[in-house]
Design a protein around this ligand. Structure first.
Ligand code: ARG
Length: 457
């Protein structure tokens, strides 16, 4: 097959080099955007009389036919034609003849590939945002349906203070809210139209860039042709946003793994979302959550990969930049599958109310409530902290829970303590009292649920 750029060459490209340089094996997934971009470009060439209306129409029809062929799997992608751009252009020329040779007027693969990747990432960013929203909804449902459940809140993975399970789940919804904002923000920089920059310098032909940008629904037009063909920071931003998203999903996954252990027994994972062991018949493994945690590593890697590809490149386009696609595609696939599987699994996770509640009341988890009680009785906080510390030490020594010591015993530590201390020792009352804005009291959490429901419509 003759290459579109064969003119200046006398020898054929080596087979090894063809396989080494090709990108068609992976960039074929850009075909829809490549054709969409070419149709808009051909319309503009006709409108500006750079080519005849007749040729413009022939090109557009030809491209639509090729789209149909690819759609039904009849198109033959050829490695000799390197990439998706040359595969489609060569097919067009083969199908419609000389008019096809005019499509690449006032265009280069450098601005073409920038356009394709921007169109692709614009669409995928929007899909990602929708999937994040969907996961937020399932978490919000779980928070609402389990509003009464009290669990131990942790710091250093040591039981710290009782909290509402719903409050804990809402924390993830907040992270996801920021993730969504990040994708929405980087979308603004992806949604910029690069075509018309050609190889790097622009063109002497009378193109109408604004017209093509409008046809393709772009919000902005790249203002520097050198930058437009050499910049991939919009893709790096996508990979970074994805990295932060995966960091959050991975933390949620880690908690699902931990909570489903015999040791915690806070949740039961649905059979349909766990797997067995090939040797130990009793096992039910949280592989879905583990894979989410594991994939986060690869997603970080993709971000580092592209930044490293880009960091030493002189302006403008360099072939190195073809290496942008694999990490981007891999990240798109991974985050979509993680968001989808989590959203399906979450509604089926069973929270073990009794067990969580029992754990929440133990380990002196209401000690801080005693300190705050003493503060309300006029004792400076540092002193209150010390007195409470001594009470806890006394309990540990005498093998008692906080609620099991008598008033007389309490008063040995401070004479401001009276009977009402017992109102502050249960996990329920501890939670109920955390009324500060954003705190864990049921009334606050209900407010937060209401607010988030409005935000996640
Ligand atoms: N396959 C190339 C890429 O993905 C398309 C651009 C090629 N441009 C060039 N001057 N060789 O980057």
């Amino acid at each position: 097959m003759k290459k579109p750029w064969a003119g200046r060459f006398t020898e054929k490209t080596s087979k090894t080099v063809e396989y080494f340089t090709e990108s068609i094996s992976f960039d074929r997934r850009l075909w829809k955007y490549d054709i969409e971009g070419s149709i808009a470009h051909a319309k503009m060439l006709g409108k500006q009389k750079i080519i005849s209306q007749k040729d413009s129409s022939a090109i557009i029809n030809g491209l639509k036919n090729i789209a149909g062929e690819i759609e039904i799997g009849r198109f033959r992608f050829a490695v000799e034609l390197e990439d998706i751009h040359m595969n489609i252009e060569a097919a067009l020329i083969k199908n419609i003849g000389d008019a096809g040779k005019k499509l690449h007027t006032a265009r280069s693969r450098n601005d073409q590939v920038a356009l394709d990747l921007r169109l692709y990432l614009r669409a995928e960013t929007k899909k990602t945002i929708a999937l994040i929203k969907n996961l937020q909804k399932t978490l919000l449902n779980a928070a609402e349906n389990n509003i009464g459940i009290i669990m131990p809140g942790y710091t250093h993975l040591q039981r710290a203070q009782p909290v509402l399970l719903s409050h804990h789940l809402l924390a993830y919804i907040e992270m996801l809210r920021r993730d969504r904002e990040r994708f929405e923000d980087s979308l603004k920089r992806t949604d910029v139209f690069p075509l018309g920059s050609c190889a790097l310098a622009g063109t002497s032909l009378p193109v109408d860039r604004a017209y093509v940008a409008k046809l393709l629904g772009f919000k902005a037009i790249a203002e520097n042709s050198i930058d437009a063909v050499s910049d991939r920071d919009f893709a790096v931003e996508f990979l970074t946003d994805a990295g932060i998203l995966m960091m959050h999903l991975s933390r949620l996954a880690e908690e699902l793994i931990l909570w489903s252990t015999e040791e915690f027994s806070f949740i039961e994972l649905p059979d349909a979302f766990t797997t067995g062991s090939s040797i130990m018949p009793q096992k039910k493994n949280p592989d879905v959550a583990e894979l989410i945690r594991g994939k986060s590593g690869r997603i970080y890697g993709n971000m580092i990969a592209l930044m490293t590809v880009m960091k030493g490149l002189p302006l403008a386009y360099n072939r190195d930049m073809q290496e942008d696609k694999m990490p981007v595609f891999d990240t798109v696939d991974s985050i979509k599958s993680c968001l989808t599987v989590l959203a399906q699994m979450m509604p089926q996770v069973k929270f073990m109310r009794e067990r969580m509640h029992e754990a929440a009341g133990k380990a002196y988890s209401t000690a801080t409530d005693i300190a705050e009680y003493l503060v309300r009785k006029g004792i400076p906080f540092r002193q209150a902290h010390e007195i409470t510390g001594k009470i806890v030490r006394y309990c540990i020594k005498n093998k008692k829970q906080l609620g099991e010591i008598s008033l007389a015993e309490f008063r040995n530590f401070s004479n401001v303590i009276s009977k009402d201390i017992y109102l502050h020792l249960s996990a329920e009352n501890s939670v109920k009292a955390k009324n500060s804005r954003g705190g864990t009291s049921p009334s606050e959490v209900k407010k937060q649920i209401k607010r988030l429901k409005r935000l996640i419509k």
